[in-house]
Design a protein around this ligand. Sequence first.
Ligand SMILES: [Zn+2]
Length: 476
Amino acid sequence: MALQLFNSLSRQVETFVPLDPERRSSDGRPYVGLYCCGPTVYDYGHIGNFRTFVFSDLVRRYLDFRGYGVRAVMNITDVEDKIIRRVQKSGQGLREFTSVYEKAFLEDLRTLNCQPSEMPRATDHIADMIALISKLEARGLAYRTPDGSVWFSIGNYQGCGCRYGVLKALDFSQMRAGERVAADEYEKESAADFALWKARVPEDGEVSWESPWGPGRPGWHIECSAMSMALLGPSFDLHLGGEDLAFPHHEDEIAQSEGSAMQGPGRPFVKYWLHGAHLLVEGMKMSKSLGNFFTLRDLTAKGFQGREIRQLLMSAYYRETFNFTMDGLAGARSALTRIDECVDKLGGLAGNQNAAADSTLLSAFTEAMDDDLNVARAWAVVFDWVRETNRQLAAKVMTSVQAASALAAWTQINSVLGLGRRVVEEAPADLLALAHERVLAKKAKDFAKADQLRQQVKSQGWVIEDTPAGPRLKRG
Ligand SMILES: [Zn+2]
């Protein structure tokens, strides 16, 4: 079976075929261009945001596993309405303000073991945005208002035979020509012309750029159209984002990008649109007033590891609403322990043996993921395998070659899941010295001293384990 994906454009499951099947990436593999709407850097990212980013990482890793050479782009939105409001409040410059959250975001991605993407900043692509707006203006799809703002004309776009409302069915019955919405984010599901360029107003402070229409700044939607096409070309394979971005953001991206007519006849701006579902926390929509609002940092401060949070965030099928709970995090911890212990035992048995990857395990995993990236099914494959492996190990019926083969398959599967390996922390040398001193004290039957040394080590957060090979320290 080939990879099947639910495409929000057709609202159907489709077989994945790259836009240009003959095109090769620099490493000679079939090329895939992927864009995911990135963070708006005005605050620390919350776990709802990170469900989307971990999903995007999973898609990209799976395409890589399936033999594609992926060029992945995720933008950094570092100028839009919310940011400007916060910048004004903070009294800082735009860059000074956003750089703090941009840096934090990159650290958070590392915590979650997301592979680095190309991450263009909106403020580094203002010229591309101006060029795109100029193109739309030249094609009669954009118009100026006397204040120096530029708007996208939905009426004229439809007049060219284009359809506005491809990702979402829209009600045009209430629409009056030239009705406009200035905000970057709007709830309205009936269409209205939206801002491409916003003329400078006093509340923008220092945040403005020169343009053919006078000083101002881009609208949020044009940012993604300009950055994605600048890096991936006017037509590319995959566009990802949370389902809350489908309208108006992605709808507007399609209108602006295809309105530029840079794609050439019959070619879409994006071939496949994938939208991740919402995240609930403890059964409710995340909100600060309910006390169920968590940034990634809130969770690591509670002692959870990035890989545990990652495992939980990608435990469910992406198109289903997922309920993130503290119990779920504890479950992720024990699930990872089960995997880690199994993999450690396999490692012990395999020794230096090399073997081809277990194809039965790989095909079961691939079949699950090919089914519209159904990671919930893939986890079931992994846990069945862990259970069966433990049974065989306990019954001592597994050979070292079989163990090596299982490990080789796991390594490939884990290149998709991105769980890394359990980090075994090295104990500090001075504590190890105390542990050895304790062995000598025990030999000399000075049990009071031995006990005092044990306590001393324990007070530093470590536990001594006596093994035939000598004392070992683990975190207690
Ligand atoms: Zn976007």
